[in-house]
Each structure stands twice: as C-alpha cells, then as structure tokens.
Design a protein around this ligand. Structure first.
Ligand SMILES: C[S@@+](CC[C@H](N)C(=O)[O-])C[C@H]1O[C@@H](n2cnc3c(N)ncnc32)[C@H](O)[C@@H]1O
Length: 270
C-alpha cells in the first residue's frame, strides 16, 4: 500500500509530540510506522501533507484529534495469559498467601484491550475462592479502553485462554456477534478501566493502593529517566509485601526504588 511520505522534519514533530504526551521514544526507523498509522487521518481531512496534519492537530481546541493521534501512535499488542510463567507464579506463590480478610486489589497498568486484566480476573475467580478482590485496568489509549470495557474480542485472537476457562468465563457470539467472544458479565463487573497516563502525575486518590501491579510490555517504549520516574510513582501505590511484574524483555536495572528482586521480571515491596 502506498502512503503519503513524511519528511524528516515532519517526523521529528510527531516524535516530539508523542514523547511530550506519552513519554514514548520513537527511533529513526519508526518513520514508516508513523506514516502508515497516521495516513488515514490525512485521508479523513483530505490533506496530503503530514506537516498540515500536525498543524491542524495541535491547534487549540483540537484535543480530540490529539487523542486520536496518540491512540494511533501507541502499540497495543497484547494477549490472554501472556507470559504464562507470571500466571503460574500468581497461582502458586501469591494466591495461597493472600490475606483473606482484606480486599485484594490488582492494577493492570497499561492494560491495552484488557486481555491481561481479564486473564487475572479468571485466575482469581477460579483459584482464590473468595469474592474480596478487584482489578483495575488503565491505559493512555481511549480506543483500547473502550474495547476493554466491552470485554468483546475476536474469536481468532483468544489463544492463551485455557479450555476450561473458555467454557467457564467466555460466551461464543452468535448472529451479529458471530466470530466474537464475550467475557461473562460477572467478570466484566469485577474489572474497572480508567484513563491513566503513566508519565503524568498519577491520580493517587482514584487509584488507591494495590497488592499486585502488572506493568508489562510498556517500559520498553520509554527512556531510562522516564522509566525510573514511572517506577518511583507506581511503587508509591504498591502496598508493603505486594508484587510488581514487568515484561520478560524489560529491566529495572539501576532503578528498583527499594523493591526486592524475586526474578528478572518479578519484584516485591519489602
Ligand atoms: C504493548 S501494550 C502492553 C499490554 C499489556 N500490558 C501486555 O503486556 O500485554 C502497551 C500499552 O501501553 C500503553 N501506553 C503507552 N504509553 C503509555 C503511557 N504513557 N501511559 C499509559 N499507558 C501507556 C499503550 O497504549 C498500550 O496499550
């Protein structure tokens, strides 16, 4: 597919924009990504220049268009029960030791379309055998948050869900929902989704505190300073004895902010 071309100067303007608004660092080789993701907005406005689109998007009163650009420029790849070793750790090491008299709160920070949050909900419903738990999912991308709230997914993108959980927690779509899978209402009701930009001041009152935080596959988009600032803020919302998970390809080397390393992707607050 042919795309409108973007000059280096135009690319740098979008690069600055997504860094300022989301902390995301785009390397030089992301020019094609920016072109292909934003070209539909150029077509929407019947314009052919990325520079004109940038000017239009950053005009005062165009916050909605800016959010559309942010949604298009974030990468939202996710899957159910992604990085299964984390879910094994939760099952074997965390759930048996949860204080059953206290509400168990989990935060799926940078939750994308919610597959991570619903995987946790299935696990807690099945293994915890207690109703005192809740899950919060958050993301900077409004489009994925709306998908997450619906709990409705393409049937061909549900690979990681174990067969017994598919039967127990998912409904197969019929008629207009043919080819889709819906998470059962009882689980949808246990998971809330809100907008949180991890690079801004965290809404601490709205968030509350957590015993488990999953901050997976998002740190890779940030530079070292941004990563460190985010971990520092996120750790404030983690209760003593609580766990923080990062993605297997990510690292907290040099900025653990007081956390104890359990493995390369699992940390505990003393
Ligand atoms: C690759 S997905 C990871 C989803 C999930 N945690 C997982 O591991 O499967 C990264 C998510 O981080 C979100 N994100 C990027 N920058 C963010 C920021 N500054 N604040 C909050 N979320 C952000 C993106 O919108 C995207 O949905």
């Amino acid at each position: 597919m042919l795309h409108e071309s973007i000059s280096d100067a135009e690319f740098n303007r979008f690069r600055g924009f997504i860094y300022d608004h989301a902390g995301i660092r785009l390397s030089d080789d992301k020019k094609i990504l920016v072109t292909s993701r934003l070209s539909k907005r150029l077509r929407h406005y019947s314009i052919t220049s990325f520079g004109t689109y940038f000017d239009l998007m950053t005009e005062l009163g165009r916050e909605k268009e800016q959010q559309i650009a942010i949604d298009l420029l974030t990468t939202n790849e996710t899957s159910f029960f992604r990085e299964p070793k984390h879910f094994e750790f939760i099952t074997n090491e965390i759930i048996p030791k949860i204080n059953r008299n206290k509400r168990y709160r989990v935060w799926s920070a940078a939750s994308s379309t919610g597959k991570e949050a619903y995987s946790l909900a299935m696990l807690l419903d099945d293994k915890f055998n207690n109703t005192l738990w809740e899950i919060l999912g958050s993301d900077i991308n409004h489009t994925v948050l709306q998908e997450a709230m619906l709990g409705l997914y393409q049937q061909d993108r549900i690979d990681g869900i174990p067969m017994d959980y598919l039967r127990k927690y998912c409904l197969k779509g019929k008629d207009e929902f043919e080819g889709k899978l819906l998470i059962i209402k009882r689980l949808i009701d246990r998971v809330n989704f809100i907008y949180v930009n991890l690079t801004s001041t965290l809404p601490l009152d709205e968030l509350g505190t957590f015993q488990l935080i999953l901050l997976r596959n998002v740190l890779i988009y940030f530079d070292a300073e941004t990563k460190s600032q985010i971990i520092k803020k996120v750790v404030l919302t983690l209760e003593s004895g609580g766990f923080l998970f990062i993605g297997h390809a990510e690292s907290l080397k040099g900025f653990t902010h007081g956390l104890i390393r359990i493995s390369s992707s699992i940390y505990k607050k003393p």
